[in-house]
Design a protein around this ligand. Structure first.
Ligand code: NAP
Length: 443
């Protein structure tokens, strides 16, 4: 039962999941206003601060997402952190419903000794740093790194490995902050070790990403496992079959390269059936103790000298003030997107990684958001009095002198980043510092 004012909805978070929710909301005639709140001055969440900088095609999804802000019903409030700049209670006073799309920006922990040493870092932080996230400084000094260990067999582990080994020219053509390019490209890296606790048939890599890593130029690829494990099998999924084929091709290429006497300058070691037991070091990481247990029951212990250990074992979301939170799955428990008590039942919803956990690709969030918005529409449709008079949040920001970034100001940031790109021979180069972003917004 929409009244004259229609439904006013707040979306918290402007990553893909938040913006897909906006798009789904705009399909409903009852929805007359959608305000998007973003804690950073720039939108796009993990698309801007997580998708690898050398994956320009994936990043171009931003252009499609941006169109949501052409709709006059939609406003963007960047630089607003719900929970500190404004409270959840204030949002509830200003909107009929709230959709939280806050994602999962933090790293899970391994829980092994030495994890707190300098040089032991999470991939979420490493990725946020090389993506120019305003709140995440350089997590590890790379200048002495001859060897790094990456733990995990998902696409994030592949991203971290590839960016660490990537050709300088390719990095220079990305939007990475220039000081990050300099830091990564000048690290004296000889070896990257990927620790995978399963066998080759059970990795979670996507084929394109795996192929990309295994075929990087000037790289020796050593696969530490019985080659029989790469044999074709008919009891596997199509994806697993493709990954096995990519490993077989890498073996063949390496054999050819060895026969030709090539001496690549860097080596990628892929250790299957291998888990880290402890990270060694006095103050900073010096080695990772590992144990390899094959399915045949052979156990081998070893130590890999390394100056950094990067765990890419999955992301985790953070609790949202006052909403229920599942500490194990690291998400907000929900029923098709509807958050249960002690939330404001029928008015608070979740979508994306905070709803279902940190899995799936960007597009997965589209159907996920559609489900949440269906649930929202059902709930609001059944609630009398929805769409009544409510104050405009912009007045609250004005009264309190809070600096927000609207969509046209974000466009100015984009222009400033393109200008910086022109200076450096790249399509665009990111501004990192929050004040610099805000200055660009005010130009
Ligand atoms: P993920 O795919 O869930 O991979 C996490 C990896 O960590 C798994 O291999 C897991 O092994 C391993 N792991 C977990 N706990 C561990 C432990 N205690 N010790 C050793 N290994 C452990 O997650 P992700 O790589 O963070 O990626 C998140 C999502 O984003 C995924 O859906 C991914 O596909 C997507 N993504 C996509 C792209 C792309 O399409 N280019 C890029 C980046 C991310 P087990 O398999 O044994 O559990």
């Amino acid at each position: 039962a929409a009244s004259d004012r229609g439904w006013r909805v707040a979306v918290v978070g402007s990553g893909p999941s938040g913006i897909y929710a906006v798009q789904a909301l705009l399909k409903r005639d009852e929805v007359t206003a959608v305000d998007v709140f973003e804690s950073l001055p720039a939108p796009y969440g993990l698309l801007r601060y997580g998708v690898a900088p050398d994956h320009a095609k994936t990043k171009s999804v931003a252009r499609a997402l941006a169109r949501a802000f052409d709709d006059p019903r939609v406003r963007f409030f960047g630089n607003v952190r719900v929970g500190s700049t404004i409270t959840r209670q204030e949002l509830l006073e200003h909107y009929d419903a709230i959709v939280y799309a806050t994602g999962a920006r933090y790293d899970r922990e391994l829980g092994i000794p030495g994890e707190q040493l300098t040089g032991s870092v999470g991939a979420a932080d490493f990725v946020a740093w090389y993506s120019g996230h305003p709140d995440v400084g350089q997590p590890a000094d790379l200048s002495g790194n001859r060897s790094i260990v990456i733990i995990g067999a998902g696409n994030v582990a592949l991203d971290v490995a590839r960016i660490s080994l990537q050709d300088r020219k390719i990095l220079e053509h990305t939007d990475m902050p220039r000081e990050v390019v300099a830091e990564i490209a000048s690290a004296p890296l000889d070896e990257v070790h990927l620790l995978i606790r399963r066998g080759p048939a059970h990795v979670k890599f996507s084929r394109v990403e795996l192929a990309e890593l295994l075929t990087l130029p000037d790289l020796r690829v050593l696969l530490h496992v019985d080659p029989a494990e790469f044999a074709e099998r008919d009891d596997l999924s199509k994806e697993a079959g493709v990954n096995l084929k990519l490993f077989r091709e890498a073996l063949a290429r390496q054999a050819e390269s060895d026969a030709a006497g090539e001496q690549p300058s860097r080596t990628l070691h892929v250790h299957f059936w291998t888990t880290p037991e402890r990270i060694e070091g006095e103050h900073r990481v010096s080695a990772v103790r590992v144990v390899t247990r094959t399915p045949e029951g052979v156990t081998v212990e070893g130590e890999i000298p390394a100056q950094a250990a990067i765990r890419a074992i999955g992301y985790r979301g953070e609790p949202i003030g006052g909403l229920p939170f599942d500490e194990i799955a690291c998400l907000v428990p929900n029923e098709a997107g509807a958050v249960a008590a002690p939330a404001e039942v029928g008015r608070e919803f979740v979508t994306g990684w905070i709803k279902r956990g940190p899995t799936g690709v960007i597009g997965t969030n589209k159907g996920d958001a559609a489900e949440t918005v269906d649930t929202l529409a059902d709930a609001l449709g059944r609630t009398p009095g929805v769409g009544g008079e409510r104050p405009d949040i912009a007045e609250l920001f004005g009264d309190r002198g809070i600096t927000t970034v609207d969509w046209s100001q974000w466009r100015r940031i984009e222009e400033a980043e393109q200008a910086l790109g022109d200076e450096h021979g790249a399509p665009t180069v990111k501004l990192v510092d929050r004040e610099e972003l805000l200055d660009a917004a005010r130009q």
